[in-house]
Design a protein around this ligand. Structure first.
Ligand SMILES: Cc1ncc(COP(=O)(O)O)c(C=O)c1O
Length: 359
């Protein structure tokens, strides 16, 4: 059996009834609340391809102002938002420096090479974060035969890196490095809300260090759909056309912008609870002799830990039999991600399942 076939089968094991489970597979699994649905139905809508959806226009302006950027563009997904940023910042043959755990490198189907004809230079950082020194060492000289380094891309929080957050100082150093070399800094802020919650950094700071930002409303904030590219007016104008070419021009999409707006207003304040619960899970995991975890790696809503006796998939099967879903993140690694639809009682149940695990 080929490796690809094995992996597909392994994944299909997990396509089971999650609706009845405490679902910690991802923070993307949330369902719209009745209040969010009501808010959506009350949204005033228009045709956004004609730029005449008032809810979208107001929300783009609101997010751009919040992050200190000139303009915003509402798009269906974080992948589209990242890829639009890549496309407007680069020319074919350019190179993007990114941590080797970065989403753009690992989970976007090779889109940067397909859509923008650029290559990615993965660099080994720490827990998905790049330091100034690591990024600087990867910048190329400017010869005809070199790919031209054009962008440094960072992720905050890091997904595959387990929810690690950049400090202000780290981002300022990377931004200065980009300026010194005439490069752009792109920020994949799919979970920027978690970074803001953990660090207390004000959103407009991110606009002062990055040239382009991608933010998502469909992760821990709990909107059903929606991301936004934030950038200069020029870059957003260019991206608007690309979005249409790539099939992402949407019509009465104020319905979805309303859901995203509702999520920012009502669900962002709940995020600190997700982080508190993640830490409690991490402590319980650390007390079990069949698991290994570095407690100080849990900075936001993601908990990554290793299994000692059994492969991750076998451990997960036992968890699922007791109504708790997480995902494999390596042969002996598991990821659990908290979101606002996992409450205190759910947490108690998860802790019980973890404590009672026998390898
Ligand atoms: C860090 C990061 N960037 C981008 C994305 C892509 O978002 P989407 O699934 O909406 O395309 C994700 C998705 O989980 C992510 O974790």
């Amino acid at each position: 059996m080929s490796v690809r076939c094995q992996v597909t089968i392994q994944l299909s094991i997990f396509k089971i009834q999650y609706s009845k489970m405490i679902d910690l597979r991802s923070d993307t699994v949330t369902k719209p609340t009745p209040e969010m649905l009501k808010f959506m139905t009350e949204a005033e809508v228009g045709d956004d391809v004609f730029e005449s959806d008032p809810t979208v226009n107001a929300f783009q302006k609101k997010m751009a102002e919040m992050f200190g950027m000139e303009a915003g563009l509402f798009v269906p997904s974080g992948t589209m938002s990242n890829q639009l940023c890549v496309s407007v910042l680069t020319q074919p043959g350019d190179e993007i420096i990114i941590d080797e755990l970065g989403h753009i490198f690992n989970y976007e189907g090779g889109a940067a090479s397909y859509l923008s004809s650029v290559q990615i230079r993965p660099v080994k950082g720490e827990r998905g974060k790049l330091s100034r020194e690591q990024a600087e060492a990867a910048i190329r000289t400017y010869n005809d035969w070199d790919p031209h380094t054009r962008v440094i891309a960072v992720e905050n929080t890091t997904n595959k890196g387990g929810g690690a957050c950049y400090t202000k100082e780290e981002l300022i150093e990377l931004s200065n490095l980009a300026d010194e070399h005439g490069l752009y800094l792109h920020l994949d802020g799919a979970r920027i809300w978690n970074a803001i919650t953990t660090t207390g950094i004000e959103p407009e700071f991110f606009g002062s260090v990055a040239d382009t930002i991608s933010i998502c409303f469909s992760k821990g904030l709990g909107a059903p759909v929606g991301s936004m590219m934030l950038a200069s007016e020029d870059h957003v104008k260019k991206a608007r056309r690309l979005r249409k070419m790539w099939g992402g021009g949407m019509r009465q999409v104020g319905l979805l912008a309303a859901a995203a707006d509702y999520a920012v207003t009502h669900h962002l304040p709940l995020m600190s609870e997700d982080h508190r619960r993640a830490k409690i899970l991490a402590e319980t995991v650390s007390e079990h002799s069949d698991f290994e975890i570095e407690l100080n790696t849990v900075e936001s809503n993601i908990v990554i830990f290793d299994t000692i006796k059994e492969p991750a998939v076998d451990v997960l099967k036992k968890f699922e039999d007791q109504g708790v879903a997480m995902i494999p993140f390596g042969p002996h690694t598991i990821r659990a991600t908290f979101h606002f639809q996992v409450g205190e009682e759910d947490l108690e149940k998860v802790l019980e399942v973890v404590r009672s695990y026998e390898g």
